[in-house]
Design a binder for this molecule. Structure first.
Ligand SMILES: Nc1ncnc2c1ncn2[C@@H]1O[C@H](COP(=O)(O)OP(=O)(O)O)[C@@H](O)[C@H]1O
Ligand SMILES: [Mg+2]
Length: 266
């Protein structure tokens, strides 16, 4: 069972658990400060939704956690299972079980979904014999009710929004991370794509894995019920709460919600 109490900032965290704790994180991109003191905790077994207006720094946060070298951390810590991971490379973080779905905006000719996944699995989990890999891929696709033929398609070559999301969920299912970060950009999130991601996460969620779903699109949360909701604004988490916070946001909109938050002294 997920404990629905939001832990006060500064409380101790069981360092053995698959918990991510972000403390006072400041990040520059291209010399400009984009994250300006993010405090956030993503807990084992819980689904967290990170919401925020466009440009608030959601993707910057996701990429910083994953270890993208373009993002320059100037202050703060990112603790994974109690250890600061900021000095680790993206590959090393992936090997520790941190997953950020790779967004590939362009087609990659000659690389099938299956080949791409084999490389990703080898990179993160270690080499697997081809027969074993194919068996695992077939079983996983079967579980996810995906057509076998999808694995032979070239990555993103004419993929619909829904197919891109299918590739993302399949990647998640094959890598079995302990922390899954899904940055659902608005483009390509049609109803079909939203359902695929939501069904996939609902199917794959487990007590070992924390999930952070990033979206600008409140309607997404009609398909998935987060345990915790966080609002990012101008590079800071200005409000955290339970699912009712997303409902409230849907009702009043960002402007009103942010005004309320200011009025409450944040
Ligand atoms: N590569 C970059 N160079 C300069 N500024 C960037 C870059 N990427 C993002 N930004 C800026 O950082 C801010 C936050 O961007 P982003 O993290 O993508 O926000 P969100 O995902 O919440 O829409 C925006 O103002 C954006 O213009
Ligand atoms: Mg973004």
């Amino acid at each position: 069972m997920v404990d629905t109490q939001v832990r006060p900032v500064g409380a101790t965290v069981d360092s053995g658990a698959n918990t991510l704790v972000i403390e006072d994180l400041h990040v520059n991109v291209g010399g400009k400060e984009i994250l300006r003191g993010v405090d956030l905790e993503v807990r084992q077994g819980a689904i967290h939704a990170l919401l925020g207006p466009n440009g608030s720094g959601k993707s910057t946060l996701a990429n910083t956690i994953a270890g993208h070298p373009k993002y320059e951390v100037t202050r703060g810590r990112v603790l994974w299972r109690g250890e600061n991971i900021l000095e680790l490379s993206a590959d090393e973080r992936a090997k520790l079980g941190i997953f950020l779905a790779f967004q590939y905006p362009t087609a990659i000719p000659g690389v099938s979904v299956a080949n791409f996944l084999r490389l990703a699995v080898r990179n993160v989990l270690g080499a697997v014999p081809a027969i074993e890999f194919r068996r695992r891929l077939r079983a996983t696709m079967n579980d996810l009710k995906m057509d076998d033929k999808f694995a032979t398609r070239y990555l993103n070559d004419g993929f619909s929004g829904g197919e891109k999301k299918r590739a993302e969920i399949l990647q998640l299912a094959m890598l079995k991370p302990k922390l899954a970060i899904l940055d659902e950009t608005d483009s390509g999130l049609d109803i079909d794509a939203m359902r695929i991601v939501a069904d996939g996460v609902n199917r794959l969620k487990n007590p070992e894995m924390g999930v952070m779903i990033i979206t600008h699109y409140n309607r997404f949360l009609n398909y998935i019920r987060p345990d915790f909701v966080h609002i990012l604004h101008e590079g800071r988490v200005v409000r955290s709460g339970g699912p009712e916070l997303a409902e409230h946001l849907e009702g009043v909109g960002y402007d009103t919600l942010l005004k309320e938050t200011e009025a409450n002294g944040r």
